[in-house]
Design a protein around this ligand. Sequence first.
Ligand SMILES: C[S@@+](CC[C@H](N)C(=O)[O-])C[C@H]1O[C@@H](n2cnc3c(N)ncnc32)[C@H](O)[C@@H]1O
Length: 219
Amino acid sequence: MPATTFQTVSEEEIQRINRLQRKLFDEFYHLFEPPLPEGVPGRLEKIISHGKITEGDTVLDVGSGTGILIPIIQKYKPTCIYACDLSEDMLNQLRENYPNVKTMLADVRDLRLPDQCIDEVFINACYPNIVDKAGAFSNISRMMKTKGRLVISHPLGKAFITSLKNSMPFALDDFPEEPKASALLKPFGFEIETFIDEPELYILVALKRRFRKPVKEAE
Ligand SMILES: C[S@@+](CC[C@H](N)C(=O)[O-])C[C@H]1O[C@@H](n2cnc3c(N)ncnc32)[C@H](O)[C@@H]1O
């Protein structure tokens, strides 16, 4: 039977892999700038449309890279866009491209935005990279408003991650199938609303059902 809780990873290992990621994405940030592969711009539009952003919302882009989602998010006229990433060079490029975005150089699990302040969270092409997933989804759940939407996606689909695995200096997790995703996210107060798993597109939309204090604070 597949595991239905996130794997526990030691703090030392989380820090080690995050350091490797910083180094890699600092070096290759320019590869994430347009022009994007054929078909990707249209699929990114579709991904963002699933967030159902309404005017005045507050949006968080997790593992934003240089900001390929930002011009699409901006079309929906949110009041505020936050972008967080581990890589300083990714965020430097993002600020150059989109000076109005509020950037945060941090692991998403460590963001200290207030409770229940975010309407939509996008995690595009970043879910496999998040090492401390329990910490990340606990903190995302804390920051999100009830009925907010969490969109986990990849515009090249699950198989793309499989094709990358042997060439990366750190392990990449697979995107989960729907039953596993549902079981993994439920403890953090999320319920799956939409699940799309096509050869070149993965979109998981989860609704935030209830406010949940992070486990460490609630104890
Ligand atoms: C493959 S890139 C994708 C960038 C962007 N979302 C895109 O679609 O072009 C993954 C990004 O996630 C960032 N990242 C990985 N783990 C993270 C974490 N725990 N918190 C925040 N950012 C993270 C990496 O630094 C990297 O910039």
